[in-house]
Design a protein around this ligand. Structure first.
Ligand SMILES: [Zn+2]
Length: 485
């Protein structure tokens, strides 16, 4: 039997760049065994040390989750398609939030002549009409994160006349945001995202109320904030906030719209809606840090969050109107390079710790810890400042300088003399470092290199140091002629 295994972008580094691999086998387990025999470095990403399939990789046979079939023992036949769907997150960790207003306003509102004109294209749609527009004006949506996904979400929900839009964010607009975060202008750089978004939305539609939650969304405040809205949309695309929003939304009985992007791929779904599944039903646990690159590391095509965020806005509006077939129970996958949509069936897991028949998790947990993000060591012994590195490189025994970013980043800017081994390739190429006396590892800003430093120390290298602040700090403090990105 030959099965086509579809490999997502995040794992293609382990299959020589192939997007699909024809693989023999009579069961799902056999196919995966043969695949990971051929591409041995893929094995660690699919299976844990005990040979158990990892929780954060979904395996789907012709659009059905194999956990709903016979797992590894599920028989396959010629022409079947096996999909590997790892959890993805393109955003950087950290999100925000706070307070609240009353839920719904009065329902029998009159529309002014001005509003009739503004919403006329809605009013003449039988699926919306006057009653649908009233519903939208009386409804509320919480957007967590005003970034790449949050930008089209805020603009379309605001333009559609969703009466109250809550925004949770605490960042300022950076120059690198402008390539995709269309809510902001060049003149907004350096200003608070919330203020920029509020000004843009008010000028777009004076009908809507914008509530700024300038706080970090945390276990301590998420329930009270989310509980005040009709729908919550997660636009942060990072794991701690995704699990927090999911769990708090389920416990508050508020539907949540999920979206995620990575390079050229996107995912969208609707969770906790009319008995449908939640994110935890698909991915009970997050991947360990370092195994999934963020957008800053992996890059993202500017228009992709526009598409995924618009799909999220569409789902939110359908929920508010109570119209159409929603994405509840379906995980929509979008491949921008191939321009392909695909959808997978997802079901509520009776054993789900949050939305299952007898939930084991009551209340919220520490999501930074759950996602393994507390572990990043701040230990001075294994860190070095850029000024000290400069001295060492000019001295008699310079350390080996290891750059663990991607080749495209290396082309933009590098520290002279650095050897490039991208983080994901490090386990396969670690032998190239044998004999190195002392190693200094760097990346863009110090996150990936911290992971690489831990890995090298575990591999038995004695003297390994992480460059604090990465090549960004080097370009800022040591050689300002270099570009930053
Ligand atoms: Zn669930």
């Amino acid at each position: 039997m030959s099965v086509e295994v579809m490999v997502p972008t995040a794992l293609r580094g382990f299959t020589e760049g192939r997007a699909s691999v024809a693989t023999d086998g009579t069961t799902v387990g056999e196919v995966l065994h043969n695949l990971t025999t051929r591409y041995s470095s893929l094995r660690a990403h699919l299976y844990d040390k005990d040979g158990k399939l990892r929780n954060f990789v979904g395996i789907f046979l012709n659009n059905d989750d194999v956990r709903e079939l016979q797992r590894d023992a599920t028989p396959v036949k010629d022409g079947d398609v096996l999909l590997l769907i790892p959890a993805i997150a393109g955003g950087s960790p950290g999100a925000v939030a706070y307070p609240s207003l009353s839920k719904l306003r009065s329902t029998e509102r009159e529309l002014s002549h001005e509003q009739m004109r503004r919403y006329s294209r809605h009013l003449i749609l039988p699926e919306v009409g006057l009653s649908g527009q009233r519903k939208l004006l009386d409804s509320s949506v919480l957007l967590v994160g005003a970034g790449g996904l949050g930008a089209p979400l805020a603009l379309y929900l605001g333009a559609a006349g969703v009466g109250k839009i809550g925004l949770v964010d605490f960042d300022v607009v950076e120059p690198s945001n402008l390539q995709r975060q269309v809510l902001f202008s060049t003149s907004d750089v350096g200003k608070s995202k919330l203020d920029g978004a509020e000004a843009r939305l008010r000028s777009l539609n004076p009908d809507i109320e914008v509530v700024k939650h300038n706080l970090r969304l945390e276990a301590s405040n998420a329930l009270s904030i989310i509980g005040d809205y009709d729908v919550v949309v997660d636009g942060t695309d990072n794991f701690p906030t995704r699990y927090l929003v999911n769990d708090a939304a389920i416990q508050s009985k508020v539907p949540s719209v999920y979206g995620s992007i990575y390079r050229f791929e996107g995912q969208v779904s609707l969770f906790g809606y009319k008995g449908g599944p939640c994110y935890r039903c698909i991915y009970p646990e997050p991947p360990p840090p370092g195994l999934v690159p963020s957008c800053a590391e992996g890059g993202v095509l500017g228009v992709l969050p526009g598409i995924v965020g618009s799909l999220q806005a569409l789902e939110a509006i359908k929920v508010l109107l109570g119209k159409g077939d929603t994405l509840s129970g379906r995980l929509l996958l979008f491949d921008a390079l191939g321009l392909k949509f695909r959808e997978l069936k997802v079901r509520r897991n009776k054993e789900c710790p949050v939305c299952g028949d007898s939930p084991t998790q009551k209340g919220l947990i520490d999501y930074q810890e759950f996602c393994g993000l507390r572990e990043i060591p701040e230990d001075a012994e294994h860190e070095i400042e850029v000024e000290e590195l400069k001295q060492r490189l000019e001295g008699p025994n310079p350390p080996v300088l290891l750059d663990v970013r991607e080749p495209m980043e290396y082309e933009i800017v590098k520290i002279p003399g650095a050897k490039l081994i991208p983080l994901m390739k490090l386990p396969d190429r670690v032998h190239e470092l044998s004999g190195a006396g002392e190693i200094v590892v760097y990346c863009h800003s110090g996150g990936r290199s911290a992971t690489a430093t831990r890995f090298l120390l575990e591999m038995g290298f004695q003297k390994v140091k992480n460059l604090r602040g990465g090549v960004d700090a080097w370009a800022t403090r040591v050689d300002p002629r270099l570009p930053t990105y």
